[in-house]
Design a protein around this ligand. Structure first.
Ligand code: SF4
Length: 445
């Protein structure tokens, strides 16, 4: 497998900070708007309570068993930004190559600046795989990402999630019990799901987006299915259609719909599966006629983008290039000039040779970072309201300082492990994806 390394972005000036933008709004120094003024404080008050907390997922229903984070010691909660920055740098220097810090594109600037690798979830997990010398992998992202890093890392490496309350509302929309139940109901409608037809295809192939729990990836691996990312979804669907008459796609309905539509699958052959309804809320006939069965999940960050925002961007910035993430609703993807993964968006901007106005439909931390890194372009978020991902926000520099200093003290906090019975089939599903299309890995700083 050949792997392409992309250059890591230079550390941008601090005005890329979403935290600073929100603090300016709350203090009255900025006339911009934010979706939640609570975001100006640290996440500690929300970590002890049920719910996703402030930010884009505020209205989503959190599963009752979602992990909570124990109380962070006061010395970290009360430390200034400068003090935390110094403590993180000192602990990192002490740990040296024993630790590798991974920073997701959607993390706050104050965390990303300490990352050894920056990228999307799979890029980062793949980068961690190349650092088998590190005893600890500190994953500044959300829970399913740390699980994926654990799947791909060495057994003696500890993957650490600085705040256990950093889940993902989209991943939480498909839990393993619901998916098992769905599979049983599909078997009642479609017959033996292992039966191969004259073309060598089974009735349905399960495909899960990377943004899902390890348990779901394990389910997919056990049932002949595969994982996809936002950058290889079409390749993966082609792989699945060669092996199955239908696809069950979860948890993100929008990525599934946008990808299948671009491949020519008619909308009427993409029924929805709502896990709270019998047969997912579709009729048996609709399921039999389906090409892609879409799980009723979504990302609350990308659901905020609208066609009205695109119209406004075009009215205010003639010639603007509108690029949105494929987790956005179909009508937004259809109205945009382009749609692509975070890596696609980053590359499109990087490769623009003339000063260009870009309106971007993805998470605000990435958009502001790109704006700071490419000052020759005018880059802005389609959504005028500053509203970061609620769960990415949980990784505050206070938590990063805490886990690093715990490692210095010889303790291993917040370790994320996937049991072997789940990990083995989950790796099979990931390996199928790698064989279908190798990824681009995250760049080292
Ligand atoms: S941006 Fe959306 S998919 Fe990504 S972690 Fe946040 S809620 Fe989950």
């Amino acid at each position: 497998m050949s792997i392409t390394f992309v250059p890591a972005p230079a550390v941008p000036p601090l005005d890329a900070s979403v935290d600073h933008a929100i603090q300016a709004i709350v203090s009255g120094a900025s006339t911009d708007a934010t979706c939640a003024t609570d975001l100006a404080a640290g996440p500690w008050d929300f970590d002890a309570r049920p719910g996703y907390g402030p930010g884009s997922s505020m209205g989503d229903v959190i599963p009752t068993g979602a992990p909570r984070q124990g109380e962070l010691p006061a010395e970290y909660r009360e430390a200034s930004e400068e003090e935390l920055d110094g403590r993180i740098r000192a602990a990192k220097a002490t740990l040296g190559d024993r630790v590798v810090i991974l920073g997701h594109f959607y993390q706050r600037e104050e965390v990303v600046q300490h990352a050894d690798y920056v990228g999307d979830s799979f890029q980062l997990a793949t980068a961690a795989k190349g650092r088998s010398d590190a005893e600890a992998i500190v994953f500044c992202g959300v829970h399913f990402m740390a699980e994926t890093a654990d799947l791909l890392s060495q057994p003696d490496q500890a993957v650490i999630l600085p705040n256990l309350a950093a889940g993902c509302s989209m991943a939480d929309m498909a839990d393993i019990d619901q998916v098992e139940e769905c599979w049983e109901q599909l078997e009642e409608v479609l017959g033996d799901l292992d039966a191969v037809d004259a073309d060598g295809r089974v009735p349905v192939i399960p495909v899960t987006y990377m943004n899902s729990s390890a348990a779901i990836k394990g389910f997919v691996g056990r049932h002949g299915g595969i994982v996809c990312t936002s950058s290889n979804a079409q390749t993966v669907l082609e792989w699945a259609f060669e092996r199955g008459r239908r696809v069950l796609f979860f948890p993100d309905q929008h990525l599934g719909r946008n990808t299948a539509k671009a491949m020519g699958v008619p909308l009427e052959q993409m029924p929805m599966w709502n896990p709270r309804r019998a047969l997912g809320g579709s009729s048996a006939t609709e399921l039999v006629d389906a090409r892609v069965i879409l799980w009723h999940g979504f990302c609350s960050v990308h659901r905020r983008f609208t066609v009205g925002q695109i119209d406004q961007a075009r009215a205010e910035h003639p010639g603007v290039r509108v690029i949105v993430h494929p987790e956005c609703p179909m009508e937004v993807v259809d109205a945009a000039d382009e749609a692509g993964s975070t890596e696609y968006i980053r590359r499109a901007i990087d490769e623009a040779t003339e000063p260009t106005a870009f309106a971007i439909g993805t998470e605000i931390n990435l958009v502001r970072r790109l704006a700071a890194q490419y000052p020759q372009h005018e880059i802005f978020c389609l959504d005028p309201v500053v509203c970061p991902c609620s769960t990415m926000y949980r990784i505050h520099p206070g938590y990063l300082a805490w886990v690093l200093e715990e490692l210095v003290a010889g303790r291993t906090p917040n370790r994320i492990t996937v049991s072997d019975d789940v990990a083995d089939p989950a790796r099979v599903a990931l390996e199928r994806m790698l064989a279908a299309k190798p990824p681009v890995v995250a760049g080292a700083r």
